[in-house]
Design a protein around this ligand. Structure first.
Ligand SMILES: C[S@@+](CC[C@H](N)C(=O)[O-])C[C@H]1O[C@@H](n2cnc3c(N)ncnc32)[C@H](O)[C@@H]1O
Length: 272
């Protein structure tokens, strides 16, 4: 039986949403100032929004993601660009059993590992596969942040969804500094090695207005699709759609044509 975490992300087609995040992915990678040769793990990599610019910068990159369809899409993109030192493979951030200890100079996870269900195991695995003196960088959405489109999207979606099973740890805990420090402290990483700042990603589409953006999320983005299905069961789907469109209009900074919606996140850097 497939796990629910995997089913959620194989649902729909996240590549349609990832297409709106390419510019920020490239800018984020540029901000890392990669100096090749470097071995990088991109965990919860999707179809390569950060893995591809990392490989273009000369790094040897392994992208690991739980969703088979996104791994296949990533490998197609890598082949298309002729990036021979970039490989995508299926795996679970909670248990990176195929990866040897200390293999990577840099482990990065942009809004990926935060969605794995066992945060303490994820932190342990990220530290285990990264070299001593290596670096871990994460981007995590911040709960209830009014300046984060994604955080608000997930908050509204959750309000239309039945409560999660007992013992479920919300992915949004990764957007709180104290939780991040706690997850990594169990692996022996002292607080002073962890720095956290707020940063911004932008969702950009020149061919969409806020309504089209929300329709894409309802059609292609697993968490919104699930919320919409739950709302449909109660006849609340139009109210969910209305709230999401209102959110997208409120956050859209592009007053000319298209959407350009910023989303604040917690940028975590650990120098091991
Ligand atoms: C919001 S997407 C971000 C994808 C990519 N990092 C990007 O910036 O476009 C979340 C990703 O995390 C992956 N993911 C969720 N749970 C995971 C797990 N347990 N192990 C590995 N990947 C996981 C999903 O399949 C999805 O590709």
């Amino acid at each position: 039986m497939k796990n629910q975490n995997r089913l959620l992300w194989e649902k729909g087609d996240f590549t349609e949403i990832a297409a709106l995040m390419r510019k920020s992915g490239e800018e984020f990678v540029a901000s890392l100032e990669i100096k090749s040769p470097l071995r990088v793990l991109d965990l919860g990599c999707g179809d390569g929004t950060t893995a591809i610019p990392l490989a273009r910068a000369g790094a040897e990159v392994l992208g690991i993601d739980i969703a088979e369809n996104l791994v296949a899409a990533g490998n197609r993109r890598a082949a298309h660009e002729g990036l021979l030192r970039l490989k995508f493979q299926q795996g679970d951030a909670c248990d990176l059993r195929d990866v040897e200890d200390g293999y990577f100079d840099l482990t990065i996870s942009m809004f990926g590992a935060m969605f794995a269900p066992k945060p303490f195991d994820v932190a342990k695995e990220m530290v285990r596969v990264t070299k001593p003196r290596g670096r871990i960088v994460m981007g995590n959405w911040i709960p209830n942040d009014p300046t984060s489109f994604v955080s608000q999207l997930l908050r509204i979606s959750a309000s239309f969804t039945p409560p999660p099973p007992e013992g479920f740890i919300s992915p949004m805990t990764w957007g709180v500094a104290d939780n991040v420090a706690e997850y990594f402290s169990r692996t022996g990483v002292p607080r002073e090695k962890i720095s956290m700042i707020k940063d911004v990603y932008e969702f950009i589409a020149l061919d969409k207005n806020p309504e089209n953006l929300i329709e894409s999320l309802i059609r292609f983005y697993g968490p919104t699709m699930s919320a919409f299905e739950a709302a449909e069961k109660n006849g609340n789907e139009e109210e969910l759609r209305r709230q999401l469109i209102e959110l997208a209009y409120a956050q859209n900074k592009n007053t000319a044509v298209g959407v350009s919606i910023p989303a604040t996140f917690l940028r975590v850097t650990i120098d091991l």
